[in-house]
Design a protein around this ligand. Structure first.
Ligand SMILES: [Mg+2]
Length: 276
């Protein structure tokens, strides 16, 4: 399981427009795969990679400022970071999904793929982490994953395979039965001055953004904190998965069904020009 607990779909699908085409992942030529654009963007767009450099450059500026302002007796400095789609990119996994003619996230394939260490460091991540380490800034990895009993060991193995620094085991937290990172974040905040949080999901920053089945409500929560993005919160792009899907579907890993394909297209036409 990638992270989020399974839950019952709560989004109503009633009143779907008749113009929504019938689309199935079983299309022989895969040409209507709903994941196509998102995955192609992740695989190829220079803009996608540049956004990582942008995020880490920003984060480094905040580290430099915190280092300059640091006084003896202050709490030690730290960063708290997510793993998947923040420090590492699971591009192979998404490519395999498309190759397999799948258009929704697949837990079994994900769980099979994680032990291969096939992810790559996101652009700029390694330099940023090494810079933090060189300046004695503690790096706390907080991730939500569930591959059963070896979950924590697999996450550690991924971190080491990428060449990322890991100070000790207490600096890696893997949440297997919840995606709520706030308990661990609060523990860290007690003892450290967390300069920046890094993530691809608003849930990587605070739990308040975890809102199911309410797209506008989730956007409104984000708007409350607009000044924190780019300052305390460094956000990376992820158009394929995350809690933004829970706002649409009521759960983060919706099943591959015709009904959910229609829900996605309904979301994509949230606004549309009505030209008579
Ligand atoms: Mg992530």
């Amino acid at each position: 399981m990638k992270k989020q607990m399974k839950s019952i779909i709560t989004v109503g699908v009633a009143a779907l427009s008749a113009f929504i085409p019938t689309i199935s992942s079983a299309d022989n030529n895969n040409e209507h795969n709903l994941l196509g654009y998102s995955v192609a963007w992740k695989q190829t767009a220079a803009e996608y990679r540049a956004l990582y450099y942008q995020g880490f450059n920003l984060a480094k500026m905040h580290l430099d400022k915190a280092l300059m302002e640091y006084k003896k007796g202050d709490k030690p400095l730290a960063i708290v970071t997510d793993l998947d789609d923040t420090l590492v990119l699971p591009l192979e996994y998404w490519g395999k999904l498309i190759q397999n003619n799948k258009d929704f996230f697949e837990d079994p394939l994900w769980d099979e793929w994680i032990p291969t260490n096939g992810m790559i460091p996101s652009p700029g991540s390694k330099d940023f982490l090494e810079y933090a380490k060189r300046n004695n800034i503690d790096i706390f990895y907080v991730t939500s994953r569930n591959q059963g009993e070896p979950t924590w060991d697999l996450a550690k193995q991924n971190i080491l395979a990428m060449g990322f620094p890991l100070k000790d085991d207490s600096h890696l937290t893997v949440l297997t039965d919840t995606s709520n990172k706030e308990t661990r974040q609060n523990e860290i905040l007690k003892d450290y001055n967390v300069v920046v949080f890094l993530g691809d999901n608003l849930n990587d920053f605070r739990r308040k953004y975890y809102i199911k089945g309410d797209v506008d409500g989730r956007i409104a929560k984000m708007e409350e904190d607009k000044d924190l993005f780019g300052s305390k919160y460094i956000l990376f792009p992820n158009p394929t998965d995350g809690h933004w899907l829970a706002a649409i579907f009521g759960e983060s890993e919706p099943e591959a069904s015709q009904k959910n394909r229609e829900v996605l297209l309904k979301a994509a036409t949230k606004t549309a020009w009505q030209d008579k």
